[in-house]
Write a protein that binds this ligand. Structure first.
Ligand code: NAD
Ligand code: ZN
Length: 341
């Protein structure tokens, strides 16, 4: 089968021919139709310090996918050949206290496909049946291929009650933009999204009914006063990984505000903790998706009017993967989807 592999410990990914994986008794084999390129895949492409210290080589990359089950292991009784599916790319253990309490997304022994285990940028993927999420007929493969990052957006956005709340999202990358759409869908009052990239802010305003603010040029405080918000934002969703964005968010929050942090700051970042204390702010770190509650909720929302389709700005056949990665690295894309069919 064709697969995109990190063959060498340097910049790039390579198209290889690899053996089709054999599913074990509790696994399924999925024929991949569409995959999404994630920021994580860009780190692996670039072979930055995180990738070099995390990813063993060679490794078939990729973890955002939609496909169809073509083989089931002999213990698998609840899935059928031909079933369209996506799936959770975090492979969890069964022995930790968290897993045994059903908090699968908090399992410290989690391993990621495309990072620690062979991934989804391939014509076939072996996956534990437990991780499979069947796709209803009304969710197309393109959307199936971006459920993983939509799940990050949903898990973060639904961390706190949003109904009637004023929400600030810092970072209009694909995940921030989808979180904005989710916040709107969930019934927020004002949704403001910040970035320093005008293309991304334009895309945010196309995908969701939000107020875009370019913090390189505009004063966020003016937006707050234009919207007649007396005190500041009730809920903050940090989705940039940028330290200045987090600072600005803490400043812009109301007393008792709640912040969910998905963005990953590079290294240790200085934070003015006194502002967090005096504003009595709650901060929650968010990792991945809730397995499988986030999947349940996002599919239900997609079937009830949540529309994130316009966040996909580029589509390429997999043979043109280099163009796909270039689009993703340009900073001018939303999600980039590769077609394996
Ligand atoms: P992305 O890099 O595409 O988007 C980040 C955006 O933040 C960019 O558009 C950038 O221009 C913007 N930005 C930079 N400086 C800013 C500033 N000062 N103010 C406002 N915006 C600013 O990333 P993404 O794929 O959308 O992911 C969002 C974040 O979530 C990233 O940090 C990513 O690493 C992280 N992430 C975390 C998890 C997790 O499990 N915790 C999972 C997926 C992604
Ligand atoms: Zn991803």
């Amino acid at each position: 089968m064709k697969a995109l592999s990190k063959l060498h410990p340097r910049e790039g990914l390579w198209m290889i021919h690899a053996p089709v994986p054999e599913p074990g008794p509790d696994d399924v084999l999925i024929r991949i139709k569409k995959t999404g390129i994630c920021g994580t895949d860009i780190h692996i492409w670039n072979w930055d310090d995180w990738a070099a210290s995390t990813v063993p080589v060679p490794m078939i990359t990729g973890h955002e996918f939609a496909g169809e089950i073509v083989e089931v292991g002999h213990n698998v009784t609840d899935l059928e050949i031909g079933q369209r599916c996506s799936g959770e790319g975090h492979l969890i253990g069964k022995t930790s206290r968290q897993s045994r309490a059903g908090k699968f997304h908090l399992d410290p022994a989690t391993r990621g496909i495309g990072v620690n285990e062979q991934g989804a940028f391939a014509q076939y993927l072996r996956l534990p049946a437990f991780n499979v999420v069947p796709l209803p007929d009304d969710i197309p493969d393109d959307i199936g291929a971006i459920l993983d990052p939509l799940g990050n957006a949903v898990h973060t956005a639904l961390s706190f009650d949003l109904i009637g709340e004023d929400v600030l999202i810092t970072g209009a990358g694909p995940i921030g933009i989808m979180a904005a759409a989710v916040a709107r869908h969930a019934g927020a009052r004002h949704v403001v999204i910040t970035d320093v990239n005008p293309d991304r802010l334009r895309l945010a305003a196309e995908v969701a009914d939000v107020v875009p603010v370019n913090v390189a040029e505009q004063d966020l405080a003016e937006t707050v006063s234009d919207l007649k918000m007396k005190q500041g934002f009730d809920v903050g969703l940090e989705m940039s990984g940028n330290q200045r964005a987090l600072d600005q968010m803490v400043d812009a929050m109301t007393m008792g505000g709640r912040i969910a942090m998905l963005g990953i700051p590079p290294g240790k970042s200085p934070v003015d903790w006194s502002r967090i204390v005096f504003k009595a702010i709650t901060i929650k770190g968010v990792y991945g998706r809730e397995i499988f509650e986030t999947w349940y909720k996002m599919i239900a929302m997609l079937q009830n009017g949540l529309d994130v389709s316009r966040v996909i700005t580029h589509r390429f056949a997999v043979d043109d993967f280099e163009a796909g990665f270039a689009a993703m690295k340009s900073g001018q894309s939303g999600k980039v989807v590769l077609d394996w069919t």
